[in-house]
Ligand binder design. Sequence first.
Ligand SMILES: Nc1ncnc2c1ncn2[C@@H]1O[C@H](COP(=O)(O)OP(=O)(O)OP(=O)(O)O)[C@@H](O)[C@H]1O
Length: 310
Amino acid sequence: MEVMLTVEGLKKSFKDKQALKGISFEVRKGEIMAILGPNGAGKSTTIRNIMGIMYPDEGSITFHNHQGKEIPRNKIGYLPEERGLYKNVKVMDILLYLADLKDYPLDKAKERILMYLKKFDLEGKEKVSMEELSKGMGQKVQFIGAILHEPELLILDEPFSGLDPVSQELFKEEIRSLADRGTAILLSSHQMNLVEEMCDRLFMIQNGQKVIYGTLDEVKTKYANFKCTIRGKNARQDLEGIPSVQRVEEKDETTILYLDSDVEPTSWLKNLPSDLNVHELKINRISLHEIFIDIATNRKLIQEAGDLDA
Ligand SMILES: Nc1ncnc2c1ncn2[C@@H]1O[C@H](COP(=O)(O)OP(=O)(O)OP(=O)(O)O)[C@@H](O)[C@H]1O
């Protein structure tokens, strides 16, 4: 897949704080790439460097063979983390203004604005002033502003925060369909379930450094071993004695058995002791949410399988 954006060895410090310690990744045409990390990891700093809001101390950002100030930013769409930037201005006027900033033809922009307002349940709101909109409505307008000019690269910093579930679905569908039509998408989010549902690849940083980079499948194969949840009364040492059980966590009558990375669930299930007390049993993979917490808190409870490094 064609590479749209390349970030190479990015370093950035604020006084004595080294926010980015040399990170590298790429975003390809038609993919949704997630940038993840705990609060303060350096996600927004990375995005701000890509957007030219600030410039790196070292390293490079390449988009369409252009670097630094030469990057054609009218081909990029950006939904910043900060919301509600506009107040005493009408919805249509602010959106046309944004389209104009990106050199996008205004007649075409107007058509697209009306189409998107309808799509995002804001039909008839074009003459309403931004300050009269609810937070979620304002966020939808800001999102429309980011995609209106048909950007080739779309950067979304926490697009789902503050949205109700219906609006989240609308955003999700639109983001997925933009990627399907070839837009390269870089998305920062703390909602791991959404990342798991939507993203093709992910890049996780911690303290300004890469900790994970790969496709969702690769990350799952490396970190997301199977776990078996059993409801029933059993002695802990019996559970710990089951082959391929790495770790046991108990809560009331529910026990979670974390399994070795090479476990094949069907044969493992067949070999469970016949006297095990089972009222309920389920087997599933560790979620991205759990992987994130394990890495972010340095618990290192999850055993890694093989080598994953892109
Ligand atoms: N303008 C600034 N001046 C000084 N320090 C800054 C500035 N911007 C960011 N930092 C610091 O750089 C580090 C990375 O911050 P950044 O905002 O990139 O994190 P983040 O991953 O986006 O976090 P969050 O999930 O909380 O939004 C933090 O330690 C932060 O305090």
